[in-house]
Design a protein around this ligand. Sequence first.
Ligand code: GAP
Length: 437
Amino acid sequence: MNTNDNLMEKIVSLCKRRGFIFQSSEIYGGLSNTWDYGPFGVELKNNVKSAWWKANVYDRDDILGMDAAILMHPKVWEASGHVDNFYDLKSDCKSCKKRFKVADLKDPKRCPECKGELTQGRPFNLMFKTHQGPVEDGTGLIYLRPETAQGMFVNFLNILDSKHPKLPFGLAQIGKAFRNEVTPGNFTFRTREFEQMEIEYFVKPGEADKKLEEWIDYRFNWYLNLGIKKENLRKRPHTKDELAHYAKACTDIEYNFPFGWSELEGIANRTDFDLKQHAQVSQKELQYFDGTTKEKFYPYIIEPSGGVDRSVLAFLVDAYDEEKVKDDVRVVVKLNKDLAPIKVAVLPLLKNRPEIVELAKRIAKDLKKCFITVYDDTASIGKLYRRQDEVGTLYCVTVDVQSLEDKQVTVRDRDTMLQDRIGIDNLKKYLWEKLNS
Ligand code: GAP
């Protein structure tokens, strides 16, 4: 069924209705473009992060995990070039007073909304500033990090000294980043506070081009393996004038969002820019010593850098479906089994029969030992199924009158809606096989 009409509105509404994502500080009128993840949202987000960590840290032998602090020495951002180069040009409309990012404008002189005259583009640094300590006279000026990457670069020496890894090797980190975006929007797509999943992969300079291509494919396939439809995903190499100040080459993985093809992740060749800069500013030796060739050099860095919030949004949009069932429409979120917030829901067919309720609760308690399971008896069975479909629950287990006698329950598959009658003793094994197949 065609679901593209008003798809974003439907997603935003579903997110609020079912507890995925709420407007921040809503009771105070909301903080614009800032979002809170609710009970199902936090599960989905954690599952996306776990899937990323598994594919990039646990399943490989060449990547080490890290978790650096958000606050860093201000010199980090001078060395990285963010103080001088991390700008957007902004332009204001003299008539309607709206503010625009110059890069988004078709005509840099005319307001796209009211056709009024626009001011000259003025640079606007995207880093959030704050003060460390009780004095606000500028001496304690620090920044909220605009990328997690620098936390890994400044720990390069610590990693070499503590783990002695051989090239090529990488560091992986998931964490919050902050950018004072000129034009945030499109729900959680562009916000001022967001979460990144980044890898800094250190390679011999001569191998950088090849490793860049390998990483582009590896990361592209990660999205496909988690269920993103192939026709909704593409690779887009950057043109020279798009490249960040530190990059020699970059390819974006883009998703076909309802508002158009947009970046999910960028995979860049950062060369030896960052290590050289930090070595120069910190006056520390940050070269790698190759024990075989006895050479000392700055490794190049291949950086796959994705957004948690953008991935969550893409997975939700891609999984959203509307199916015609008799005279009704079934909204179902067909999230991949590793991403679905809830794996199993146990539902009593009749909540006014204490024996059924008691048996259903006992089954749910037992299943919780193995799977993320919920028990729900707050509505009629039809409504309970619909609610579970909308949050992507993979299996619904229904306990009915017959269950009291034959010790069997009905298991309904989210995607096919087919039902199996399964013995309670066999239920865990049945679900385990389904969820791990
Ligand atoms: N360390 C490289 C770097 O930060 P980037 O392309 O600026 O590169 C990487 O950001 C990823 O972070 C993007 O592909 C996107 O998924 C996410 N991201 C960047 N800015 C964002 C924002 N304002 N809101 C949400 N996600 C953002």
